[in-house]
Design a protein around this ligand. Structure first.
Ligand SMILES: [Zn+2]
Length: 148
């Protein structure tokens, strides 16, 4: 019984998915490029992810970044702005109204600048970890490649 099972296991085709580098995929996403090829653009609008990569055809509509990009963006910005506010106050004591206007504008500008990159990094991580159907699209593509 046991040797028969071992024979069945040995003869079965085990196709393990190839490992994906989370670090590389996150960097490609952070630079707003496709996590698979690193060439195609990830966004078709400010925060709208393309359905498929225009360069390699990777399906990217599986991403579910949801609330993670604003959370991590504000987390990063708060760690930059709050110490800056304290240093400026400690060194120069500017009027409170001037600080309120300055730091509000800095926070707003950094949010617009960082949000797409943070979202791209999260999409890249989801792609690397094969979350939310990213594995299904890879399996489908490999299946189509084996048929041709
Ligand atoms: Zn691509």
């Amino acid at each position: 019984m046991v040797p028969a099972m071992m024979l069945a296991i040995e003869s079965a085709e085990l196709t393990l998915p190839r490992a994906r580098s989370s670090k590389r995929a996150m960097w490609r996403g952070f630079t707003r490029h496709c996590p698979h090829c690193g060439t195609g653009h990830l966004f078709c609008a400010f925060l709208k992810v393309v359905d498929t990569c225009p360069h390699c055809g990777e399906e990217l509509h599986h991403q579910r970044a949801d609330d993670a990009p604003p959370y991590f963006t504000l987390f990063i910005i708060a760690h930059l702005v709050v110490p800056s506010v304290l240093v400026v106050e400690w060194l120069w004591h500017p009027p409170l109204l001037a600080q309120a206007i300055l730091w509000s504008l800095v926070t707003l500008a950094l949010s617009f600048a960082l949000m797409p990159s943070v979202k791209g990094a999260i999409v890249g991580l989801q792609w690397a970890l094969r979350m939310h159907g990213f594995d299904l699209s890879a399996a489908r593509r490999e299946d189509m490649a084996s048929r041709t």
